[in-house]
Write a protein that binds this ligand. Structure first.
Ligand code: ADP
Ligand code: MG
Length: 140
């Protein structure tokens, strides 16, 4: 699957706002196939592990608290050029800078509570898919 998957999370803000269905529809309409999906909640420890790369950033504590604050939807998405195309679909990290029609433009409320996660490289997509899913839970 390497090279054509990405990992997304519908973050606690978007779940609380009732936007799971709207976001999944945008994902489907953009041509991504869902190859794994679960509704789950990260512990603080697991959220800290997922975002370990940001450990030294000033927003790390806030990010870990937010990402463990409520349920999320985690999913592995498959498409040619999945990582780059999904980053285009979600838009800039800061919704104020996100392009019209992107998921973050529509559903994010702030740079921290920004509705969705998308992997930033093929290498991290695989690491993140394996973080959330066992091999038996992915159906390419
Ligand atoms: P992206 O999710 O677009 O890849 P980053 O990897 O830079 O963005 O950051 C990871 C997550 O950390 C962001 O999606 C957001 O939830 C949070 N974050 C990033 N920058 C900030 C910030 N300046 N203040 C608060 N939270 C932030
Ligand atoms: Mg990132």
């Amino acid at each position: 699957m390497a090279g054509n998957i990405t990992l997304t999370m519908i973050k606690p803000d978007a779940v609380k706002a009732g936007n799971i269905g709207n976001i999944l529809q945008m994902i489907n309409n953009a041509g991504f196939k869902i190859v794994a999906m679960k509704y789950t909640q990260l512990s603080e420890a697991k959220a800290g592990e997922f975002y370990e790369v940001h450990k030294e950033r000033p927003f790390y504590g806030e990010l870990v608290g937010f990402m463990s604050s409520g349920p999320i939807v985690a999913a592995v998405l498959q498409k040619d050029n999945a990582v780059e195309d999904f980053r285009k679909l979600i838009g800039a990290t800061n919704p104020a800078e996100a392009a019209e029609g992107t998921i973050r433009k529509k559903y994010a409320t702030s740079i921290g509570e920004n509705a969705v996660h998308g992997s930033d490289s093929d290498e991290n997509a695989l690491i993140e898919a394996n973080f959330h899913f066992a091999a038996t839970e992915m159906h390419a």
